[in-house]
Design a protein around this ligand. Structure first.
Ligand code: AMP
Ligand code: MG
Length: 404
């Protein structure tokens, strides 16, 4: 089903395309050197180029004996040296073998390792290898993982445990990363109060603030918690004006075209505004604009809508501004553990988890229910105009992937 079937509703991929184009127009290019321990979650600003071969020298993959394959004739060999990891061996005396341990350098002259389980130590100390030796067996050749000069991680790579471990293996103590984006989180709504205070009539606790601040920190952002903004045009304008030095203002609530659309009013007056009605559920209203030059994304206020629109739109936008190339969240087809009989005009992202190899849905998919996402392992995508029978294939977006 195409967007033309529902005029006025912007398909998710079209919205994403626009957001990514806007992100590319305002990249965050400043970088800084940070120690590996401080690089978690950050984005590499320069490629990581191997300054050495990995491994730097051929070494043993086993505890056993190093030998020259051509010396093997089934006859016992004399053990001419013992080589532990961390030692620099002497060249192998021809016609002998060397006792060797995992990770120890192979001595010059040796080309193979036999594991100790296949070695028989004779009373006179010589060792017999009963199995024929294949050249190169149980040897990790120099540079098998990486050659000096190779690009190991490209600029724009997000640094997590594995990338940091790999950098350490290459001897890098510091990395050049993109500076942290400064993101202001603004919660709008007269009904909101912070946890820890007694709940008055008509009030609810502000959950989006904590959800987004925590998530943004995971993404390596410098988060400015701009608190709760009442539904008031003057206060909205004043607050937005105070946030002049951030890279992004991320607000929730007050984006529907209702009377309490103060964010929209403020942007219209003092900047620019695009108000999108997205073909997405939960979600739909999303604001993108600028307030005196500062980009603003207004997410819908219902917590599950906040989660889905942040995951699928704001997160990729932010990552792209940092130069991350691959911003589309990982997803893969899985069998549906449910039927979908009524085709919708919006793309649904349903909170789901696996049971017996099929994605099953949380019973209450209301956009106000954040508990659905706490229960879920991922989001199942049901496209516009689709019906499904149990067992049909649906796209699954793991939350573990989206949240980092
Ligand atoms: P709005 O977009 O402002 O009309 O809000 C839509 C729904 O989301 C309303 O039920 C709000 O009470 C709720 N909501 C808005 N902001 C938050 C928030 N920060 N935390 C929890 N719920 C919110
Ligand atoms: Mg509101």
């Amino acid at each position: 089903m195409s967007a033309c079937d529902h005029p006025g509703l912007l398909p998710v991929e079209a919205a994403l395309e626009r957001l990514l184009a806007l992100a590319e127009a305002t990249p965050i290019t400043q970088s800084e050197r940070v120690a590996l321990a401080a690089a978690q979650g950050r984005v590499l600003a320069e490629p990581l180029i191997a300054s050495l071969d990995l491994p730097p020298w051929p070494n043993s993959a086993m505890d056993g004996y190093a030998l020259r394959q051509a010396d093997w004739r089934g006859e016992p060999l004399l053990v001419s040296q013992r080589i532990f990891a961390g030692q620099a061996p002497a060249p192998l005396e021809p016609g002998t073998c060397a006792r060797i341990f995992t990770g120890a350098p192979l001595p010059d002259g040796a080309d193979s390792v036999e594991m100790q389980e296949n070695a028989e130590v004779l009373a006179d100390g010589r060792v017999r290898f009963s199995e024929p030796i294949k050249p190169g067996q149980h040897v990790r050749p120099q540079g098998q993982e990486t050659r000096k000069g190779e690009t190991v991680l490209v600029a724009g790579t997000r640094l997590r445990a594995i990338e940091l471990g790999l950098s350490a293996a290459l001897g890098a103590a510091e990395l050049t990363v993109v500076r942290r984006p400064r993101v202001a989180v603004l919660s709008t709504g007269d009904e909101l109060i912070e946890p820890g205070q007694p709940l008055g009539p008509g009030q609810i606790y502000n959950s989006n603030r904590t959800l987004l601040c925590s998530w943004l920190q995971q993404l390596g952002c410098a988060v400015l918690d701009a608190g709760i903004l009442p539904d008031d045009l003057h206060k909205t304008r004043t607050k937005l004006g105070e946030l002049a030095d951030v890279d992004l203002i991320l607000s929730t609530g007050g984006v529907s075209v209702g009377e309490a659309d103060f964010l929209g009013h403020a942007l219209r007056e003092d900047g620019e505004l695009a108000l999108w009605k997205l073909a997405i559920k939960p979600g739909k209203p999303l604001t993108f604009g600028h307030f005196r030059g500062v980009p603003v994304i207004g997410l819908p206020g219902n917590p599950a809508s906040t989660l889905v629109t942040f995951a699928l739109l704001a997160r990729p936008y932010l990552l792209r501004r940092l130069g991350v190339v691959e911003v589309t969240p990982l997803h893969f087809p899985v069998p549906a553990g449910f039927a979908w009989r009524k085709p919708g005009n919006r793309r649904e992202y349903l909170r789901a988890r696996f049971e017996r190899g099929r994605a099953v849905l949380y019973p209450n998919q209301s956009s106000g229910v954040l508990r659905s996402a706490a229960w879920a392992e991922g989001l199942v995508e049901v496209r516009e105009g689709t019906t499904l029978a149990e067992g049909d294939s649906v796209n699954f977006f793991p939350l573990s992937e989206l949240l980092t």
